[in-house]
Design a protein around this ligand. Structure first.
Ligand code: SF4
Length: 701
């Protein structure tokens, strides 16, 4: 029977509302939800093509053990037994979960509860580590909590929007549409794009600053110094609500324009113009994304940006604030339930005994992990050297997406026991699984996701579960029960899981913790089914309301103040004589991650059909490469063969290659095989940008 269901797009962190319609013949069509506050009816190319990606081609439809079909009981018993045996023999830290920002919050919650609460290890990390963990770390250093202070509306209300390390037009397209529409209606609004590449986003920019790779800290430290020296700082805000200004200023005060120009590759006139524009515009939003986060200095970059907003008191008021844009649809929801190895559920801190005690009591979990677990890159190192002997991978494809991907593949292949929960049977990762568990996909599963502006929305099912596929939270709860934790994993529905998650967020929370959705602690199935998008926090006894954080201080450090962080402006130049080019990786407009879904849509694939390397005309000439020639790109870690796309959008000396293609779509297209396993020392986020490579014209034999 025909039906219409309100749900949420499963791609990027904008989190657009979607209305899915199933007609009498079972055909699905989608349109934007005009009532959803993230998109007000808009969809981008990926969201519009959702109905084209729902076929069952390649789907994993029943559990498999060693390549043969198995029943759920047999498969779940085996997973529970092998995990229990490994833990008994080698201890809880010998097992790990590697999960995903594609999971729903309910899936994430149960995974965290099982690993941190009952297995007793914090070895659960996520592909969101690759996406926004530097923002999390920067927020926590500055604010004492992982809190995004503003909302999407701020981009429309600002008089200056600074986009740094963010190709908003392609990576967060509906937010870009909102910004472009606001700019068109308010010509006085200015947009500055800071990116080594002249991306499509720069097409609406009043100023494009093609800074040298990884020189963001230098640029924002220079801005900080300029604001302080020119008297543009808000002394009242600094004195009332912050600490550490003097130390942070001391770290930047000696920077002059000549030095900044040398560090950033920008002219002194460009620097002067940008600094003056920021200084003289009260309503400024600075958005940042993977160009900031995916760096060996990602956390410092985030804090350099936040320092400028704290210094001017431009935070938490309409049209003002630093704004981290998450890549994945539920990167934020994963953070809320402690989906990172160094966090606990409900934004609690695994390194604080008082927080561990709270969660231990709430869950009734005496074995609760007492220390942070292994972050993604270290986790796969531990798989490689045999410390981790049982690994459960959910809804992600690390053989394609992790840095040093060939080594990650070898580690997974050699791991004694690998479980993969996925919707597809033959991903590059699934082929190495001992046990395959069929999961539900978009349109089949029920739960919640949280977008970049802290808005929690429902994903609702409108299709029957195919074959024997089951939800991820159910698989985890079943394994938990079979490992002996029957009471803790007695959840019968995602509504029950959400209610428990909400109750934990409000448990003994007297307002000293930011994340609180305690108002939903007693939610029943009917109310959950009807749940409208809302922004957190929503403490017990309150109604949903839009809010921003920190206009009047109220930070989550013990003294209630924000911390300025003194950050080092030095720039590491990775390119060298042997590997003279700088490689940056990123997204294209019409594909998502490793293309396991968007690759199904001919319409989406028609935009860009194969992997490419953007290269500046002078570099192409030096390499005797013509447009559409094949190029070999190599690092000490791996190589890829891609087609040349010669363009002046690319800075000389650097290359851009999209991250999406894998061995299913290109014979040697896994660009992350070239990325070294270098991480930010604070966040553990891999540096997927600024990779030193060499490039040559490729002659097919
Ligand atoms: Fe989906 Fe993001 Fe496009 Fe919105 S902007 S429709 S969330 S991919």
């Amino acid at each position: 029977m025909a039906c219409e269901v309100k749900t949420t797009c499963p791609y990027c962190g904008v989190g657009c509302g979607v209305i899915a319609r199933v007609d009498d013949e079972g055909s699905v069509s989608v349109k934007g939800d005009p009532e959803h506050p993230a998109n007000f009816g808009r969809l981008c190319s990926k969201g519009s093509a959702l109905a084209e990606t729902l076929d069952l081609d390649g789907r994993l439809l029943h559990p498999e053990i060693g390549g043969r079909r198995a029943g759920w009981d047999e498969a779940l018993n085996l997973v529970a037994r092998r995990f229990a045996e490994t833990i008994a023999e080698h201890g809880p830290d010998s097992v790990a979960f590697y999960v995903s920002g594609q999971l729903l919050t309910e899936d994430y919650y149960v995974a965290n509860k099982l690993m941190k609460g009952f297995i007793g290890s914090a070895n659960i990390d996520t592909n969101s580590r690759l996406c926004m963990s530097s923002s999390v770390a920067g927020h926590r250093r500055a604010f004492g909590s992982d809190t995004v202070p503003g909302a999407y509306e701020d981009l429309e209300l600002a008089d200056l929007v600074v986009l740094t390390g963010s190709n908003l037009a392609w990576c967060h397209p509906v937010l870009y549409q909102r910004l472009a529409a606001a700019k068109a209606s308010r010509p006085e609004m200015k947009v500055v794009v800071i990116d080594p590449r002249r991306t499509m986003t720069a097409d609406i920019a009043d100023m494009h600053l093609a800074l040298a790779p990884d020189s963001d800290v230098a640029l924002f430290n220079g801005l900080f110094a300029h604001l302080a020296v020119s008297g543009a700082v808000d002394q009242n805000y600094i004195s009332a609500h912050t600490r550490g200004f003097a130390e942070a200023f001391a770290a930047v005060s000696a920077l002059d324009l000549a030095e900044l120009s040398a560090l950033t590759g920008l002219s002194q006139a460009q620097l002067r113009d940008f600094f003056r524009l920021f200084e003289t515009t009260e309503k400024v939003v600075t958005c940042y994304s993977q160009g900031v986060n995916q760096s060996a200095s990602g956390t410092d970059k985030v804090n350099a940006i936040i320092n400028c907003h704290l210094a001017t008191g431009r935070i938490g008021r309409p049209g003002m604030g630093p704004f981290s844009l998450t890549g994945q649809p539920n990167a934020m929801g994963g953070r809320e339930v402690g989906g990172l190895a160094n966090m606990l559920a409900a934004h609690l801190d695994i390194e604080k005994s008082v927080h561990r005690d709270l969660v231990r009591r709430f869950w009734g979990a005496p074995a609760l992990a007492g220390k942070p677990g292994l972050k993604a890159v270290d986790m796969f190192r531990a798989v490689a050297d045999g410390r981790i002997k049982a690994l459960w991978i959910m809804a992600t494809n690390p053989v394609v997406s992790m840095p040093d991907a060939d080594a990650v593949e070898a580690a997974i292949r050699a791991c004694p026991f690998v479980v993969v929960s996925d919707i597809l049977r033959e991903t590059d990762t699934a082929r190495h699984a001992h046990v395959l568990l069929p999961s539900l996909g978009w349109g089949e599963k029920d739960g919640t996701v949280t977008n970049s502006e802290r808005r929690i929305s429902r994903q609702r099912a409108f299709l029957d579960a195919p074959g024997e596929a089951r939800p991820d939270w159910w698989q985890l709860a079943e394994v938990g029960r079979r490992m002996g934790f029957s009471q803790a994993f007695a959840h019968a529905s995602p509504a029950e899981v959400f209610a428990e998650h909400a109750a934990l967020s409000g448990f003994e929370n007297d307002g000293r913790r930011d994340f609180d959705i305690g108002a939903h602690a007693a939610i029943d199935k009917a109310a959950y089914d009807d749940l409208k998008p809302f922004q957190w926090p929503q403490p017990r006894g309150t109604q949903p309301r839009e809010r921003r954080f920190f206009a009047e201080g109220g930070f989550y450090h013990a003294d209630g103040r924000a911390s300025f962080v003194a950050v080092d402006a030095s720039v590491s130049r990775r390119a060298n004589d042997t590997y003279p080019y700088t490689l940056n990786t990123g997204r294209v407009r019409d594909h998502w991650h490793t293309m396991t879904r968007t690759g199904k849509s001919a319409r989406l694939s028609a935009h860009i059909a194969e992997p490419f390397a953007e290269i500046h005309p002078r570099d192409a000439e030096k390499l005797a490469v013509a447009d559409a020639d094949l190029m070999r790109i190599e690092s000490p870690y791996g190589r890829a063969i891609v087609r040349a796309l010669i363009t002046e959008r690319q800075a000389e000396g650097s290359l851009f290659v999209p991250m999406h293609w894998n061995d299913q779509f290109a014979s040697k297209g896994r660009i992350d095989a070239l990325v070294p396993p270098v991480t930010d020392p604070v966040s553990g986020q891999p540096a997927s940008k600024n990779v030193a490579v060499k490039a040559t014209r490729f002659e097919a034999r």
